[in-house]
Every structure is written in C-alpha cells, then in structure tokens.
Design a protein around this ligand. Structure first.
Ligand SMILES: Cc1cc2nc3c(=O)[nH]c(=O)nc-3n(C[C@H](O)[C@H](O)[C@H](O)COP(=O)(O)O)c2cc1C
Length: 209
C-alpha cells in the first residue's frame, strides 16, 4: 500500500485563491464549455467555462459556473446575460479552436462581442436566441432552469443549470454507428494554472456487471 506523506488545507485559514488553485489543479481534466449568451438587445457574448458538466441525463441537463471577478466581485457578462435572457448554447472546445477559445477569456466591455474579437463565427440556433459557434463541431442549445449563487465576493460561483433542448453534431465527428469518435472530435480540456490537455490518450476497460 502507498503511504502518502499528506499535508492539509483548511479553507478557513488560507486565501480563497490558494484553495482555488489547488482545487483546479486536482479536479482535472475539466472539459471546456464555450458558452454563447445574448444581452437584452440581442448582442452576443462568448466565454469559456471549465467548471462544466452534465448533471442529468433523463431529462438532460448541463451545468456550468461563472464566478464573480476575482478582484472586483463583478458579475461576468455571461451571468449578467443569463439573468436577462435565460438561454445559452454550449459549444465544445476542440484543439483546432483552442487558441480562439482562449482569446474569448479576455475581459471586454459589456456588450462587445468575443465572436468578433476571437474570429469565431456565430450562426443562428434553432430554439434559443444565443448563436452556435460555426467552428465547433458540437453545439448544445439550452434553456436556463436554475441559477444558484454561492456568494457575492470575488471568486464566488453561480451554478447555471440548463435543460438541453437541441444538440447539433457535425457528421465529420461521427463514426459509422452515429457515435462521437473521440479522435475526430479532438476535444481539449483544462488542468491547473494555464495547462490545457488533449484527449488523444485514451484507454478502455470493461465495465463490471
Ligand atoms: C479554458 C478556460 C476556462 C475557464 N473557466 C472558467 C470557469 O469555469 N468559470 C469562470 O468564472 N471563469 C472561467 N474562465 C474565465 C472566463 O472565461 C473569463 O473570465 C471571461 O472573460 C468571462 O467572460 P464574460 O465576462 O464575457 O462572461 C475560463 C477561462 C478559460 C480560458
């Protein structure tokens, strides 16, 4: 048996940033939702979120978590938009668009479009107002069902949960049986600090009965 020489971190005794750093270094790899929203005037916004997962399959729900800005505690544009227009689209981040997705994390004035800033192309969704991202092979249209806030300080998260209403899949990433071929999708994820991770190294195990 491995005997680890452990240390401990008590969130009550250290800065939240230290806890954030350790948690984002160990909760890995995290998939990256590229989230489109619109403001009340229909102006689109695009931002990546790695605090992102599936929370229910039947019926299907996704969740991601925009945090209050670290220094100011200000709400991110994505959250401001969700509070006005309760719809979003999650597009999957692939290796081919990783640098453009990263550029969407720039802090732009409210209302300025990261589509224009990053060079990614909006295309109309079918059931919701926020656009799809043409360069991503998978986009998922969602209706917001819940916003749960965990505080108002810098770093406080708000869990945004959305009901999946339509999934768009590019045939280029499907195998002959209609499943997603991981190597064709070539999704990337996030580790701690500025580390990203690819999905080319996979392994298979039989699931126990
Ligand atoms: C790969 C990646 C993942 C990110 N994940 C999150 C996240 O889960 N939550 C968060 O609040 N910010 C996250 N960020 C930072 C936001 O994308 C960034 O603050 C962005 O400017 C928010 O945009 P908005 O103000 O237009 O909503 C991430 C950035 C990158 C590059």
């Amino acid at each position: 048996m491995t005997e680890y020489n452990r240390t401990t971190i008590d969130p009550a005794e250290v800065s939240w940033i230290d806890v954030y750093r350790r948690l984002t270094e160990v909760v890995v790899p995290r998939p990256i939702a590229l989230v489109s929203t619109v403001d009340g005037d229909g102006r689109p916004n695009l931002a990546p979120f790695s605090f992102f997962t599936v929370v229910s399959s039947n019926p299907p729900f996704l969740a991601f978590s925009p945090h209050r800005a670290g220094r100011s505690g200000a709400k991110k544009d994505t959250l401001r938009n969700l509070e006005v227009v309760g719809e979003f689209v999650v597009s999957i981040t692939t290796r081919a668009i990783a640098d453009r997705v990263n550029s969407c994390a720039a802090t732009l004035p409210y209302g300025d479009s990261e589509f224009q800033y990053s060079g990614l192309t909006p295309s109309p969704a079918e059931r919701v107002r926020p656009p799809l991202v043409s360069e991503s092979p998978v986009s998922i249209e969602c209706e917001l069902v819940d916003l749960h806030s965990y505080g108002e300080e810098g770093g406080a998260g708000t869990l945004a949960v959305g009901r999946v209403v339509l999934v768009h899949l590019a045939s280029e990433v499907l195998d002959s049986e209609g499943r997603i071929a991981a190597d064709r999708l070539d999704a990337v994820g996030r580790m701690g600090s500025n580390l990203w991770v690819g999905t080319s190294e996979t392994f298979e195990m039989e699931r126990p009965e």
